[in-house]
Design a protein around this ligand. Structure first.
Ligand SMILES: [Zn+2]
Length: 584
């Protein structure tokens, strides 16, 4: 039921997103004066020509002429669609976009609303039960695992008592519809029977999204019984493959540290948060998925994967590392002692060991080499590891990253880079990540003088008026600039300074990079200080420009005459022109 995102919500997300923070995720930005420079992520270069203008929230590359706002950056860099780019930024800001989606012709009320309402109520009820007389055993269990009361509150842990009667009665009293509870799978019903509570005699871990809405629940049995862990089934608001437990609590630390820690259990996540590692999240009863890796990539460049040191744990760690690498997140791997998880170790007073392991976690290639050595360093193990890494490099979406991985493999495993490259099939882009659209060429941007004229016209409304009086769109040398002038003439009175690409309605079009360039100051331009008078400057430029246009027109005519003369063309027209010329 994906609806349209309303314009005002898009505006708000664009305004609240800090473009330099998003771009810093992909390239290293260096501050120079009031703006940032970097080596362009779109074309290979050694000296930076990629420019980010924080005040105007645009980027522009003087080398390959890509430019635009943050949405355009994500579309070009990551192959996202426009709505995907908006979603990406919204998630980063913790805005629940689904709330704003305009329903496109669906019938009846949105079931998501009633599920979220039921879930929120259930979270509070379970939490109360944990504090009450029914929750004693659960409280003892939680205390035994070393959880502090603050953690219990901030992660809103709860307890679902035995039986269904209490749950049903409380829901009825709170005015929560049976429908909402059934849709959210808090209640189940067998045909012909009365409904029963899905979670009974379990410790409850609410699973929330970045907007702090409760999407579903994880639950651990207390005492004997199967299954040990039970999660909410998939519902319209709970998608396990996309969900990471602890994300709302971990989000800001992840952005700050640029690293996430991924564990397998809810208790492990809470224990690490409690130990100060607040960038920790957990999977929700599934193997690490590409969808989850993409969620992480909104916030971090690197993920530390924490797994049990047994055989199954090792396998899961490498599989997760593959997923992370292929989605562009750099994995590091922590292997704990066999049969131990972070929560156990921390509860057993071995917090320092866990922290040391997190600090020293090797990258994937290094980790594989260590393992080869642990197995005695036999050639067959080395070969297996190498062929696996080579295959992985071949699957990378971004060929450059594939090459970089091979570089690392060559240096860590001490094999020749050439040998690795032999038989290595260059990675192909996947169909899901289309080639970014071609940049608008340098030719489209016109001359320095034209750009200066337009920059002034964008900057001040009086200057804009003057330009539109003094010049016609067709006098500009490129179709793109003519289009910009056309749009300037449509800008309504009182618009004032135009400083963003969306103001002229060029967002998402070929004109966006052109406007981004116009909004980016060029070398040697006078600063907009107190003496700066855009109208006077535009007048001066216009008279120079008019003179130049006349001279160019003249020289074109003369050239045409000469051509005609030497090629024996139309003599009469020729002579007519020459006479006119002589008369001056
Ligand atoms: Zn570039």
């Amino acid at each position: 039921m994906p609806g349209r995102i309303p314009e005002d919500v898009i505006d708000k997300i664009r305004d609240d997103t800090v473009i330099e923070d998003v771009i810093a995720h992909f390239v290293t930005l260096k501050r120079k004066g009031s703006s940032y420079w970097a080596c362009c992520p779109f074309h290979g270069e050694k000296t930076p020509s990629f420019h980010v203008h924080p005040e105007r929230q645009i980027f522009y590359c003087f080398g390959c002429q890509r430019g635009g706002n943050v949405f355009r950056f994500l579309m070009d860099k990551e192959g996202m669609s426009f709505p995907e780019a908006v979603h990406f930024c919204a998630d980063r800001l913790g805005v629940d976009l689904d709330r704003f989606l305009e329903n496109s012709g669906s019938d009846g009320p949105d079931p998501r609303e009633s599920i979220l309402k039921a879930n929120q109520w259930a979270l509070e009820w379970f939490h109360e039960q944990l504090q009450g007389p029914a929750g004693q055993q659960a409280r003892e269990y939680v205390r035994g695992r070393g959880l502090a009361p603050e953690s219990i509150d901030s992660f809103a842990l709860g307890f679902a008592p035995a039986g269904s009667a209490g749950f049903l009665a409380a829901a009825r009293e709170a005015g929560i519809t049976e429908e909402g509870l059934l849709q959210g799978s808090l209640l189940r019903r067998k045909p012909g029977e009365s409904p029963f509570a899905y979670f009974r005699s379990r410790l409850i871990f609410p699973i929330r999204g970045v907007a702090q809405k409760t999407h579903g629940f994880g639950a651990r049995i207390l005492g004997a019984g199967e299954p040990k862990y039970l999660n909410s089934p998939e519902t319209p608001v709970f998608k396990k493959r996309q969900t990471l437990y602890g994300l709302p609590e971990a989000r800001s630390s992840m952005v700050k540290e640029r690293t996430a820690i991924l564990v397998e259990g809810y208790l492990d996540a809470i224990s690490l948060h409690q130990a100060g590692w607040t960038q920790t999240v957990a999977t929700c009863g599934t193997a690490f998925t590409p969808e989850q890796a993409r969620v992480l990539r909104r916030y971090v460049n690197e993920v530390v994967l924490v797994f049990d040191g047994d055989k199954a744990g090792r396998k899961a760690a490498y599989r997760s590392a593959d997923v992370a690498i292929l989605e562009g997140v750099e994995p590091r791997i922590v292997r704990l002692p066999e049969g131990q998880d972070p929560a156990d170790l921390i509860a057993a007073g071995k917090e320092r060991e866990v922290l040391a392991a997190l600090h020293e976690a090797p990258g994937m290639v290094e980790c594989m080499l260590r393992e080869v050595h642990e197995r005695g360093g036999e050639r067959v193990h080395r070969e297996r590891a190498l062929s696996r890494l080579r295959e992985l490099a071949g699957q990378m979406k971004d060929p450059v990253r594939g090459e970089l991985l091979l570089d690392e493999v060559a240096s860590v495993f001490r094999v020749s880079r050439q040998a690795l490259a032999d038989g290595f099939v260059a990675p192909r882009r996947r169909a899901t990540s289309p080639e970014p659209p071609p940049a608008v060429g340098e030719a489209a941007a016109g001359t320095t003088e034209e750009r200066r004229l337009l920059r002034l016209a964008l900057f001040s409304e009086p200057a804009r008026k003057r330009l539109l009086e003094g010049m016609k769109p067709e006098e500009f040398s490129t179709a793109q600039l003519r289009e910009v002038v056309g749009r300037l003439s449509e800008a309504s009175e009182g618009t004032g300074e135009i400083s963003r690409v969306d103001q002229l309605g060029v967002e998402g079009t070929d004109l966006e990079p052109v406007l981004a360039r116009l909004l980016t100051p060029e070398d040697g331009e006078p600063a907009a200080d107190a003496d700066f008078d855009p109208v006077a400057e535009i007048d001066a430029l216009l008279s120079r420009f008019a003179g130049r246009v006349q001279r160019e027109q003249r020289s074109r005519e003369v050239a045409a005459t000469n051509d005609a003369f030497y090629s024996g063309g139309d003599w009469k027209a020729e002579m007519e022109l020459r006479r006119k010329d002589n008369r001056g």
